[in-house]
Design a protein around this ligand. Structure first.
Ligand code: ATP
Length: 241
């Protein structure tokens, strides 16, 4: 039995770009072993919340504790200045859009996700696990990703993120731009990931892809969290089934 502990504890987090404040005074906790949905319409701040946790917004203030260590900043730090420290503390951000290198092979991408010494040492084992999650990649390991379909590229970009030795995976709109059937397949794969003591937050506009499948759903509306949305919006989550 894995002990439930706080992976992420966010208090009073606001963040934005230049004069614009996008997220407002957010408080929430993510526990180990949890798969949480973050649901909100386009432009309401889901990606900005993920970027703030990674230290990638223009500015931010408030507390972000990742595995007990403070990684939030209280001043205008400039995007990316401390991101390596947050990553070292256990964050893997799988951004919206694929952010892949067309000339590199599938295997090169997966290897590049295993960037800590431990993950690198275990990369063979880790790749095997990714291929269990995304079987279509098995035959494509040596193929440059520029030749893959949109769905396959998404598998590569998510697979690369999952190769990391992380305790918190933030996955931004994994189904975006994919045909509905392919998007559902990618979501099925994310649901099949064995989280162990880590946690995963999946941002998604389409609540139907998450309902009944994640442990909790948090709603986001104009930069504010709508509490535990399973109660607020009447979403059905796995716990209630
Ligand atoms: N780099 C940036 N510079 C300036 N404004 C930004 C930047 N990124 C996002 N914004 C603005 O912040 C607001 C929230 O965008 P964000 O991408 O966080 O929303 P979202 O809920 O993730 O929606 P989406 O589905 O489009 O990703 C929008 O008004 C957007 O224009």
């Amino acid at each position: 039995m894995i002990e439930k502990r706080e992976v992420l504890n966010v208090k009073g987090l606001s963040a934005g770009y230049g004069p614009m404040r996008v997220i407002h005074d957010l408080d929430f906790i993510i526990y180990s072993g949890e798969r949480v949905g973050l649901v909100g319409l386009n432009g309401h701040g889901k990606s900005t919340l993920f970027y703030a946790i990674a230290g990638l917004t223009g500015w931010q203030r408030g507390s972000i504790r990742l595995n007990g260590a403070e990684v939030g900043r209280t001043r205008s730090q400039g995007p990316g200045r401390y991101t390596h420290l947050v990553v070292r503390q256990g964050l893997a951000l799988i951004p919206q859009g694929d952010e892949i290198f067309h000339g590199l092979s599938v295997e090169d991408h997966l290897d590049s996700g295993a960037f800590t010494p431990r993950a690198w040492k275990e990369r063979g084992e880790r790749k095997k696990r990714i291929l269990e999650i995304f079987p279509p990649l098995k035959k494509l390991m040596r193929v440059p990703v520029g030749r893959l379909s949109g769905g396959e590229r998404r598998m590569v970009s998510i697979g690369r993120g999952l190769m990391a030795e992380a305790s918190l995976f933030l996955v931004d709109e994994p189904s975006l731009g994919l045909a509905p059937k392919i998007g559902k397949g990618v979501m099925d794969a994310l649901m099949s990931v064995d989280l162990g003591a880590s946690a995963m937050v999946i941002a998604e506009q389409n609540v139907a892809l998450l309902e009944g499948r994640v442990d909790r759903i948090i709603g986001m509306h104009v930069g504010k969290l709508k509490g535990e949305a399973s109660a607020t919006f009447g979403f059905q989550t796995k716990r209630e089934l």
